[in-house]
Write a protein that binds this ligand. Structure first.
Ligand code: PLP
Length: 229
């Protein structure tokens, strides 16, 4: 797989989406989701210049983290993007830099406890179920203010913004209201003082809909299949 070429195409799509809405492409980070590929391919992704890597399962990520060449491993910021069981928090914190999937209060409490014991505040995103689908995890938008209030007391849970999953669809426009909803939620939470103005991250958009997500303000796009398949 020629990751450089694939990456060039994706960067060009992102630049076009940014220019349509007057954004700076430097404000969009590609998180390469490597769950479909093995260690050697993941190394090739990092060599192509993608140093933000996302994985959704600890068991899949661990062998790659352990098998990767140390000089590549050193460059990587690891993003945990999947649903996270409370009992796995300790191990995830040892390996991952960011957690995108803080979807319940009990999880935030566990992150606080474990992060405090290792003395490292953890950058976290609050996962929001904007679409309201029952199959999706995340806080309902109306639950977010009280959660943020609670999180203000958790000094090792460093909330940097929000994450959402759009409904599965072949038409990327179907995702637009969901992405817009997450951006509006972020803006409201900052305006109302529940979050500092610096907590602006929006992790949204996957292979099928990342251009729309960028148009709606994504700062982190999580790309798996478009990059590596
Ligand atoms: C797999 C996965 C992605 C990437 O999905 P693609 O459609 O392959 O780009 C993004 N986010 C999460 C949470 C995932 O599990």
């Amino acid at each position: 797989m020629d990751y450089e070429k694939r990456l060039q195409e994706i960067r060009s799509q992102i630049a076009q989406a940014c220019s349509r809405v007057g954004r700076d492409p430097a404000d969009v980070t590609i998180v390469a989701v490597t769950k479909y590929i093995d260690t050697a391919q993941t190394e090739a992704v990092v060599r192509a210049g993608l140093t933000d890597i996302g994985e959704n399962r600890l068991q899949v990520a661990l062998p790659k983290m352990e098998g990767m060449a140390p000089e590549l491993q050193e460059q990587v910021r690891w993003h945990y993007i999947g649903s996270l069981q409370t009992k796995k928090v300790k191990d995830v914190l040892q390996r991952f830099d960011w957690i995108h999937s803080v979807d319940r209060s009990s999880l935030a409490l566990e992150i606080q406890k474990r992060a405090a014991s290792i003395g490292r505040p953890v950058p976290c995103l609050v996962q929001v179920n904007v679409s309201g689908e029952e199959s999706k995890s995340g806080f309902a938008p109306e639950e977010v203010p009280s959660f943020l209030q609670e999180a203000q007391g958790l000094d090792f849970v460093d909330i940097r913004g929000f994450m959402t999953m759009a409904p599965a669809s072949t038409n990327p426009e179907d995702a637009r209201p969901v992405f817009r909803g997450l951006r509006e939620l972020r803006d409201n939470m900052i305006a109302q003082g529940w979050l500092p103005a610096s907590a602006r991250e929006l992790s949204m958009g996957m292979s099928g809909d990342y251009s729309v997500a960028v148009e709606e303000g994504a700062t982190l796009v999580r790309l798996g299949s478009v990059l590596v398949k």
